[in-house]
Design a protein around this ligand. Structure first.
Ligand SMILES: [Zn+2]
Length: 237
C-alpha cells in the first residue's frame, strides 16, 4: 500500500461538474476540512446539460448549479470554488484546459490534488463513467506532471502572470477500480449527506440516496464495528 500524505494542509479538487466533489469523495473533503486544511474546488464545467426539465435553459441551470455547489461546499467546509465554465459534456484534453489547471495549481500551491481516475470507463456499480469525468482526470494528470512544476511548460504563466512552477506531492484519484489507499470517513458520512442535499436539481430521490449511502459500509470491517471508507488510487510525484 502507498503511504498517504497525512493531514495535507492545502488540497485542490479538480472535477468536471458541480456535485462531483460531494458524490465522489465528499466525506474525505469534510474530514480534511475539519482537520484544518485549506481546500479549493476547481470545476471545469458548471453542469449546463444536467437537467431534463423541459423549459430549463443552460444559463439558468449554470446559475442554479453554481449556487447549489457553493451551498454544498459550505457544508463540507470549503469556501474557495473556481468555475472554469467549459461546456458540460464537451470537455477535451486541450492545451487551454491544461493551462487553466496549471494556473490554479501555481496560484493555490496544493500539497495534494484530488481528481478522477481517467482509466475508469465503468464504475464499481457497473455503470458507464461520464466522458467529462475521464477527461478531467486525464487533463489534471497531464497538468500536474510535468507541466505545473516545470517552467518550460506554459512559460506565459510565469512571464505574464508571475506564476512560478509548483510541484504537488501526491495525486489522489477517485472513482477508481484500482485503489491503494482507504480513508476511514465514518465520522463524516452524515456531513456528506447534508452537503448532497444541497444539490437539489440533481437528486430526484434524496431518501433513496441516503439509504444507499448509509448501507454502503466497508465490507472488510467487522460486522460489530461497521465503518465507512472512501477509496483512492494515490500517485506519488
Ligand atoms: Zn459529474
Amino acid at each position: 500500500m502507498t503511504e498517504a500524505v497525512q493531514q495535507p494542509k492545502r488540497i485542490m479538487g479538480v472535477f468536471a461538474h458541480p456535485d462531483d466533489p460531494e458524490f465522489f469523495c465528499g466525506s474525505t473533503f469534510a474530514k480534511w476540512a475539519a482537520e484544518g486544511a485549506q481546500i479549493t474546488y476547481v470545476l471545469a464545467t458548471s453542469g449546463d446539460k444536467g437537467s431534463d426539465v423541459p423549459d430549463m435553459t443552460p444559463d439558468r441551470l449554470v446559475a442554479i448549479r453554481e449556487e447549489e455547489q457553493r451551498c454544498a461546499a459550505a457544508v463540507i467546509g470549503v469556501k474557495d470554488i473556481v468555475f472554469l465554465r467549459y461546456h458540460d459534456g464537451e470537455l477535451e484534453v486541450t492545451p487551454e484546459l491544461k493551462r487553466d489547471i496549471v494556473r490554479m495549481i501555481r496560484l493555490r500551491q496544493p500539497d495534494v490534488v484530488v481528481t478522477n481516475d481517467p482509466t475508469t470507463w465503468w464504475n464499481m456499480f457497473n455503470r458507464p463513467n461520464h466522458h467529462d469525468h475521464r477527461t478531467i482526470g486525464a487533463a489534471a494528470l497531464e497538468a500536474l506532471f510535468p507541466a505545473a512544476g516545470n517552467r518550460m511548460y506554459f512559460p506565459e504563466l510565469e512571464r505574464d502572470e508571475g506564476l512560478s512552477p509548483h510541484k504537488v506531492k501526491q495525486i489522489w484519484l477517485t472513482v477508481t477500480r484500482d485503489p491503494n489507499v482507504k480513508v476511514d470517513v465514518t465520522d463524516y458520512v452524515e456531513t456528506r449527506i447534508r452537503a448532497l442535499r444541497e444539490h437539489k436539481s440533481q437528486i430526484a430521490d434524496m431518501t433513496a440516496l441516503e439509504t444507499r449511502i448509509r448501507a454502503n459500509v466497508d465490507p472488510e470491517a467487522p460486522s460489530d464495528q461497521p465503518r465507512y471508507v472512501e477509496n483512492f488510487r494515490v500517485l506519488n510525484l
